[in-house]
Design a protein around this ligand. Sequence first.
Ligand code: GDP
Ligand code: MG
Length: 437
Amino acid sequence: NLSDKLDRAFKVLKGQGTITEINVAETMKEIRKALLDADVNYKTAKAFTDDVRQKALGNNVLTSISPGQLLTKLMNDELTSLMGGTTADLNFPATPTVILIAGLNGAGKTTFTGKLANYLKTQRNKKPLLVADDIYRPAAIDQLEVLGQQIGIPVYANRESKDPVAIAREGIAQAKQNGQNVVIIDTAGRLAIDEAMMVEIEQVKDAVKPHEILFVVDSMTGQDAVNTAKVFNDRLDFTGVVLTKLDGDTRGGAALSIKSVVNKPIKFIGTGEKMEALDVFHPDRMASRILGMGDVVSLVERAQQQFDEKEAAELQKKIRKNKFDFNDFYGQIQQIKKMGNMKDLMGMIPGVGKMMKDVEVDDNAFKAIEAIIQSMTPFEKENPETINQSRRNRIAKGSGTDIQEVNRLMKQFDDMKKVMKQMSNPAAMANMMRRMP
Ligand code: GDP
Ligand code: MG
């Protein structure tokens, strides 16, 4: 999957201190391939990788994060801004506010109409009215009425009429009469190539002058979604996009392509068949989803915040001189603790999140280690090699641990010091310590 592919792409960068032309070129190629596989169209993927590459080159790599992580962060920022940067809200410029729903058959329009009404009622304190404007199938009216009943929202329908324009007008008139302040018009699905149907929805638009026209699109349809969006936008000049069925396997690459092709904000995403399965669209979350990396970006950001560069440089000097001692070790534990709850942190590592659900992680995992270090004398902390068996016995007693635990820590510390000496790299150390105890 995409995640694996990106992992492979990043392997090229792993362990390299700076981002250079050479390691970026290979990585960008892989990333472009991965994006194409995630339904991002070629032009968008190319523009995207070119841009990230420009930004990545010459970027100073913080000692505490790997180039791969930095690149992930850059990509995430870039994707986020490509998808609009911030969340785009609905506009409510009038009473009633009229919202027209458009899209292909089976895209999820009727379901979304119900979800949106439910959201506006429960979260935005609105009083919506639904209008059944799909006149071609009696079942479509039934479907909307069932949903309306389920969420306690009135539905306007006129089963005798064959005039979608008139029905929309009647619905709005009824809303005015009954004090409903949002009218959501559910329409029939139509193919972009079906001229009569496209004209019909244009006529509804011209007649009722909707304040929002939301284009509903099935995210599973990939590249087709982009083409459809383009044609609908040319005809209707819609105000926003709704991506449905994001609860499936799809990575949501369509979101990126649609945004870059029609340049309209994505306002909502559908994540299931239930009326509650609706989310306001967050570009940053979708970026992480496209990258398939869970919340690895937050992890990087936290690491960036918490690891002071100067301190890291200082530490690196000590390691190079083999002067790393228990004071430094203790300091590093405090740094890691500052980064947050262990379970949260581990949950952000790709692939680990799901596993963590059933695992109890002790947030006090470092307690014993801290106690042991605190029971050392200042001389011992600065000179770990002097800690012999009798000192270890004393430390075990003083810290309320046992000799095995002290021995284990001493061994871990020795191993770590050896590896660190080889690597002379605080990032590697931080990684190692994250895996402890
Ligand atoms: P319409 O023809 O555009 O009105 O589409 P419908 O609203 O009738 O939805 C078509 C099918 O897709 C139905 O079976 C819905 O339950 C399903 N559906 C709609 N939105 C979602 C979604 O976000 N996730 C999933 N899994 N199914 C959805
Ligand atoms: Mg429908």
